[in-house]
Write a protein that binds this ligand. Sequence first.
Ligand code: PAF
Length: 279
Amino acid sequence: MNIGHTIADIRSQVATWKGNGQKIAFVPTMGNLHAGHLALVTAAKQRADRVVVSIFVNPLQFGPNEDFAKYPRTLEADTNALRGVGADLLFLPEVGEIYPQGQQAATKVEVSEVSEGLCGAFRPGHFAGVATVVTKLFNIVQPDLALFGKKDYQQLQVIRRMVADLCFPIEIIGLDTVREPNGLAMSSRNGYLSSAEREQAVVLYRSLKQAVDRLRAGDQDYARIEATGMAELQAHGFRPDYFSIRRADNLATVEVGKPLVVLVAAWLGGTRLIDNVEV
Ligand code: PAF
């Protein structure tokens, strides 16, 4: 696996591959890789000739009181794991390479509608930070396809909408969430949980499945299902931000006959967890 630190490194390597007619897949990450990330790389290898992975903890998508400083940075383990699954090129930029004018970008990409509500309401500026860095990374790597996990369901919808609206010639692939044996969605932030909290965290997935079961059984009292989910989480020591049933394709409010997704964000101690299940 080659490693590049600059935009020029990545552009020249990708240009060589493209010149040979090779198809490029891209998996953007913030590192601290787990089985979910590695599944994205494995799926990327099946769909393309070359797989580029980026590890960049993007300051622009963290709020002032969020965990940018303590976000886990595990570069050696990540590099070994990526070699193990056969990634071809790792992009490891410094903040100054991505934001040469400082830690902010004067030009930001705002994806309205789908960025509003849910996590967008609780993390102002977060999705603009994601959309901006993903735009920059797409312009640097110029992949044919890019892969994202469905655990960050709203992020995936924001990126799909951005790619459509800005006419990026990139296929976006969303892959199912990889879970621990007890159902907990894999996340780099799970490392913040104590072992007792890890046990407690299974309630998140359980509450989603209970809601999905009721929806599948034909229950259309969405407000009551959401309130039950919130109450279940509170009863188990969570502080939920939301427990919400939305349209799966655009996260708009429920419309009968359209596919649905149930999404949750909740705090367990000092850790904010998110998860979702498509109906
Ligand atoms: O999902 C993530 O890890 C990040 O939000 C992403 C897409 C790499 C952008 O920084």
